[in-house]
Design a protein. Structure first.
Length: 92
């Protein structure tokens, strides 16, 4: 899970999900309201984690089973709603 410079993440979000709709982003945290991902289970907590690196300034997704860093960002619930609101504002 070390970053490119060997840095360990300063924060880990467990779990993150791949959003099949990808309207806002590919990976994100679970939503408290209006969740569109239907099938969630305890196994999801051992699939994908969101990791953030302080010095590198990178946001990535860690595939736990493959022990692989995916070079793609994810959004927290707050970031997801902020991005959604920005998209709605631009569409008006």
């Amino acid at each position: 899970m070390k970053g490119e410079t060997g840095e360990m993440p300063y924060i880990i979000h467990v779990p993150v999900f791949e959003d099949r709709e990808k309207k806002v982003c590919r990976f994100r945290s679970k939503l408290d309201v209006d969740e569109t991902i239907q099938s969630m289970s305890n196994e999801d907590y051992l699939k994908l984690w969101g990791v953030r690196y302080n010095l590198e300034g990178k946001i990535r997704v860690f595939d736990v089973k493959k022990n692989l860093l995916i070079d793609s960002h994810y959004l927290t619930q707050e970031e997801y709603w902020e991005e959604t609101e920005n998209m709605w504002t631009k569409e008006r």
